[in-house]
Ligand binder design. Structure first.
Ligand SMILES: Cc1cc2nc3c(=O)[nH]c(=O)nc-3n(C[C@H](O)[C@H](O)[C@H](O)COP(=O)(O)OP(=O)(O)OC[C@H]3O[C@@H](n4cnc5c(N)ncnc54)[C@H](O)[C@@H]3O)c2cc1C
Length: 493
């Protein structure tokens, strides 16, 4: 009898667990090592005093990608899990009290657009329809496939595609062609922050994000985004995957041109036929591998921004807030400059609030509320003076003041506890380089597709990568695709 080929996976994030299922179902003997005490990484969960928080991801969008990947894993995504479409994708609040609720309901969108800028509804439809075409083209040609060589990516035919994908103009400039009103421009471009970019500096390719949301809708699973992790995890365990928590990998053992396995923090060595790193790719090159030169090259790349996240357990409910709320500050541009140039946070930041108990009452104890805030911030930069403790206090104050303006006068008195993640906490919680939580390596054109660090090591051919910092990039739909593409490459090889 021939013995099974073995695979070791470093990290139990969405990317690591999904890859473990693909490999186990293809006959591999799979063992996962996770440094933390629980799975999920940036899609982790925290429960305290009856308040349930999704630590990172909160929005389930691009549901067709979830469906595709789960189908290919043989997991019925919608079985034993209630995934609800949300009536509003999010409500966007501006400083002058103007509000627009993004929804897939066209009549509601029309009324709101026409009230803000007459004639803008038809333009918004064009923006969304073109953006959705970009999304579909991008999925087929750029995001949803492996590249084996540069010619598959940068060939004559693809030049036309890159033009169609609006890679030559910034997202902000592109939105300007559609909307004169600056609030509408902000409303259609702030989503760039999902991939850690500024709309002033990233290609209009990313108009695909609001377009996909407004076409396919936004969803929320009962139990929170962590149920996606649980669903993958139970299939992994059912398929025979062994998962070891509180087990940090210290090194990948290399012999010549081969990865021979891993060495754990306690010194024990695990040998395997292949190694898959789900941990942040630049961190793996810097800390787990011997290649200094490659690590230094990775260090010179552009990195995504980071985020300060607050999780509040409250002893009062605030029905004024919907499931997802976005507050866009008058200082939108300055705020982005603070993040991307100064590597800091504005004192009047734009921010996002997740209030899951609106859709899933179990997320908060009766009479209480569970709120999570995400505020884009600069990533950790040793060349800058960054006082995260001061910035955390300053940001907390700015949030409270903004919510008071919305009528939540007494909110500060009702915070029972606060948990905060700064860029430094993200860096240590999940080993994410510079705390650049949105994919670590930025998503500019020269760092995407074939140019993004590959999912197979160029020298150690049995070492692979999966997750947000390799191809295609950040966000759970992309990470699921990454697991699929990496597994396809492994199985093909
Ligand atoms: C604040 C925030 C909001 C977000 N919102 C959304 C959203 O609404 N929708 C969406 O789709 N996406 C969202 N995302 C992005 C999404 O969460 C990530 O893209 C995704 O979870 C990343 O998964 P991953 O598997 O690539 O990496 P990770 O989740 O980082 O997993 C890597 C794992 O490797 C482990 N590890 C690292 N080093 C070692 C080591 N040496 N040994 C063992 N284990 C190790 C880590 O602990 C971690 O568990 C958000 C992210 C953040 C931070």
């Amino acid at each position: 009898m021939t013995s099974k080929r073995s695979a070791v996976i470093i990290g139990a994030g969405i990317g690591g667990i999904a890859t473990s299922v693909y490999l186990a179902k293809s006959g591999y003997d799979v063992t996962v090592f996770e440094k933390n005490s629980a799975p999920g990484g940036r899609c982790g969960q925290l429960i305290r005093d009856g308040h349930r928080f999704d630590l990172g991801a909160t929005m389930l969008m691009m549901p067709d990608i979830y469906r595709d990947v789960f189908d290919s894993l043989g997991i019925p995504l919608f079985e034993n899990i209630e995934i609800k479409p949300l009536e509003n994708l999010y409500k966007i609040y501006f400083d002058n009290n103007e509000v627009i609720a993004f929804t897939t309901d066209k009549e509601k969108m029309k009324a709101q657009h026409e009230a803000i800028e007459p004639g803008s509804y038809l333009k918004s439809r064009k923006y969304v329809e073109d953006g959705y075409e970009i999304f579909q083209l991008g999925m087929n040609k750029l995001i949803g496939r492996n590249f084996d060589n540069i010619f598959q990516f940068a060939n004559f035919r693809n030049i036309g595609m890159l033009i169609k994908l609006k890679t030559y103009v910034s997202n902000w400039k592109y939105a300007k062609k559609f909307f004169s009103d600056s609030h509408l421009r902000m409303a259609y471009t702030f989503q760039n922050i999902y991939v850690g970019q500024s709309p002033f500096n990233s290609p209009a390719l990313f108009s695909m994000v609001p377009a996909a949301e407004l076409t396919e809708g936004s969803f929320f699973p009962k139990g929170g985004m962590y149920t996606i992790v649980e669903k993958l995890l139970s299939e992994a365990l059912r398929s025979g995957v062994k998962i070891n928590y509180n087990n940090a990998v210290k090194k990948i053992s290399i012999n010549g041109k081969k990865a021979e396995g891993i060495i754990l923090e306690d010194g024990s060595e695990i040998r395997s036929d292949i190694v898959v790193a789900n941990a942040d790719l630049p961190y793996v090159y810097r800390k787990l591998l011997p290649d200094r030169a490659k690590s230094q090259r990775l260090d010179k790349l552009k990195y995504s921004c980071s985020a300060i996240c607050f999780h509040w357990g409250l002893d009062k409910t605030y029905p004024q807030l919907g499931h997802h709320s976005v507050f866009l500050s008058d200082g939108f541009r300055d705020g982005l400059d603070k993040i991307f140039i100064e590597k800091s946070v504005s004192d009047q930041p734009s921010f996002y609030i997740h209030a899951p108990a609106r859709t899933d009452p179990d997320a908060a104890p009766a009479g209480g509320d569970t709120l999570s805030f995400i505020i884009g911030s600069g990533h950790v930069d040793k060349m800058k003076k960054q006082d995260w403790d001061m910035l955390k206090k300053q940001t907390h104050k700015a949030l409270v003041n903004r919510l008071k303006k919305l009528g939540l006068e007494d909110i500060e008195e009702h915070i029972k506890f606060e948990i905060c993640y700064t860029p430094e906490s993200w860096e240590s919680a999940c080993n994410i380089t510079r705390g650049s939580v949105f994919g670590s390596i930025a998503h500019n054109l020269l760092q995407m597709g074939y140019f993004r660090p590959h999912n197979q090591h160029s020298r150690y051919k049995n070492l692979y990568f999966t997750g947000g910092s390799t191809h295609p990039g950040n966000g759970i739909p992309n990470v699921l695709l990454s697991a699929k593409l990496t597994s396809e490459r492994i199985l093909k090889n």
